[in-house]
Design a protein around this ligand. Sequence first.
Ligand SMILES: [Zn+2]
Length: 310
Amino acid sequence: MTPGDEVVVALDVGGTGMKCALVRPDGTTVHAERHATDAARGPEAVVGTILDVAEGLAGKARADGLTPVACGIAVPGVVDEARGVAVWSANVGFRDVPLRDLARERLGLPTALGHDVRVGGLAEARLGAGRDAGHVLFVAIGTGIAAAHVVDGSAAVGAHGAAGEIGHILVRPDGPPCGCGRPGCLEAVASASAIGRRYAELSGAPATAAEVADRAATGEPLAGQVWREAVEALADGLATGQALFDVATIVIGGGLAQAGPRLFDPLRTALRERLTFHREPRLVAAALGDEAGCLGAALLALDTLAKESR
Ligand SMILES: [Zn+2]
């Protein structure tokens, strides 16, 4: 076996789809495939698919003359990385699933289980837009908002596996209800879904966040107002993040980052207005796209492997 033959079996399990890959230790992807999660089948069936797909990938690696050395799996929700348990997930339905041990038994490979946004942050901090920054806050903005605080290439997990829930920072006490049950959380005001919802509420016509950004850019007053409100709430959230973590770089990922300068220009200005003695972080778009979760799952697996062999 030569080191160039080694690959990690990596899976990023989302509510609708699974991104799966064979990843080399240097972060290059040798093979990628996608599968439907089909969460409506229930968590047991989803776990079955995860194990089948992982086993299939390990087999594919061997058939191609490669050596699978570890397996990394990323899932959403609350994840206990130390115990390897998917504790809770709203969109996949996991309740205390010992996914790491199940995969380890099936594949016979050292396996790591991580949180989708935390491993995404890990990948952006080590291979993507936060490279060489040391202290990075990765913020994924899509249907919800979540973050990963990465220091020197390792993401904080929290005492209960729930670090990084920046989407549930209270930014508007009299704001719209959040999925968590409290009004005015950041993600209830500034997630992509919240932006679409707010515009529909005011205009009576449905729109995606991308459409709101487009219309705001062409000068439609209502879209401009909704976009501005979201940017200001985001800036409030990021200013809180910066006060807590004092990072060098904030990497914004998820669907909303696709808005490009229409998001980043006003957000940078609004964030700057809110900082007093804090140092202003670099604010950049994620570089790895939707591959970040898979790459991060592979990195986490390699980190685990390195720890175990020490
Ligand atoms: Zn909330």
